[in-house]
Design a protein around this ligand. Structure first.
Ligand code: GLP
Length: 259
């Protein structure tokens, strides 16, 4: 059973669920965890995520940076994924998203921020390069994740097996439709992306997943309590020894309320 207690002290695979009142509270709580990581280890390698859910986390971190509470000058970051076929200055590219929502507002050295190259001439090579880059950094210390409506993490879409390493992914119809709101219409959403693989993600010693809204309640329940299956790629985090889900009340609608 899931509880708010630190259940994995002995290495048992029980995810911690942190209950937040609402989106703002979820954002602050997740930002607190990331901020503690950076304060304790200023040279941390943060695995970062895009999507609408983590925007509030980046806002809070920016706020605390402005107040002088966090220093990002030595932090390195690697992002989970990037769309294929769009340039870094395209408004919907994840590089652009990261710059706009976070990097432009804090004292991070952009040369130390990594996002897959959406315009790579050879995506197979790009996937190898990105995987090696992460390994070269010593792996991520903390990986921030959102949760797709179909259970994807990064762009690891539901499928027949978990794909371990960075790869070129085919976006599911559901994901294309979910992301159509950003591109104007579904036909403009890229059909492919370069994404970290499941093993790349799982190698992070700590995973922090942020989830908000009633529309994620069903998939969050499956992620935490359902079978571990590539049909719900996020379910794999049940096997992680330090996975924390920070979710708001709406997303936790199907979970019994606090103990
Ligand atoms: C995108 C990203 C994911 C993200 C997900 C959910 O497609 N590739 O990393 O977690 O969708 O996005 P949102 O937070 O907007 O629901």
């Amino acid at each position: 059973m899931v509880s708010g207690r630190a259940a994995n002290r002995k290495g048992t695979h029980i995810m911690r669920i942190i209950r937040a009142k609402d989106y703002a509270d979820m954002s602050r709580k997740a930002a607190n965890i990331i901020s503690a990581q950076v304060i304790l280890f200023p040279k941390s390698v943060l695995g970062l995520a895009t999507g609408s859910t983590p925007v509030g986390v980046y806002r809070v971190l920016t706020d605390w940076y402005e107040k002088g509470d966090i220093d990002f000058s030595k932090v390195r970051t690697v992002n989970l994924d990037e769309y294929c076929g769009i340039s870094p200055d395209h408004e919907q590219s994840y590089r652009y998203f990261m710059n706009q929502n976070f990097f432009n507002h804090v004292n991070i050295d952009k040369a130390n921020t990594y996002v897959p190259d959406g315009l790579a001439a050879d995506y197979e090579q790009e996937c190898i390069r990105y995987e090696n880059l992460i390994t070269g950094l010593g792996g991520t210390d903390l990986q921030l994740l959102g949760l797709g409506h179909d259970g994807h993490i990064g762009f690891n879409e539901p499928g027949k097996s978990f794909i371990p390493l960075t790869h070129k992914a085919v976006l599911s119809r559901r994901t294309i439709e979910a992301n159509a709101r950003f591109f104007g219409d579904a036909s403009k959403v890229p059909q492919y992306a370069v994404t970290m693989g499941i093993r790349t993600i799982m190698k992070a010693p700590r995973i922090v997943m942020v989830v908000s809204g009633e529309d994620k309640a069903g998939i969050l329940w499956q992620t935490v309590n359902g079978p571990i299956t590539p049909d719900v790629p996020a379910s794999v985090i049940q096997l992680h020894t330090d996975a924390v889900v920070v979710a708001d009340e709406a997303a936790l609608k199907l979970f019994p309320s606090a103990d």
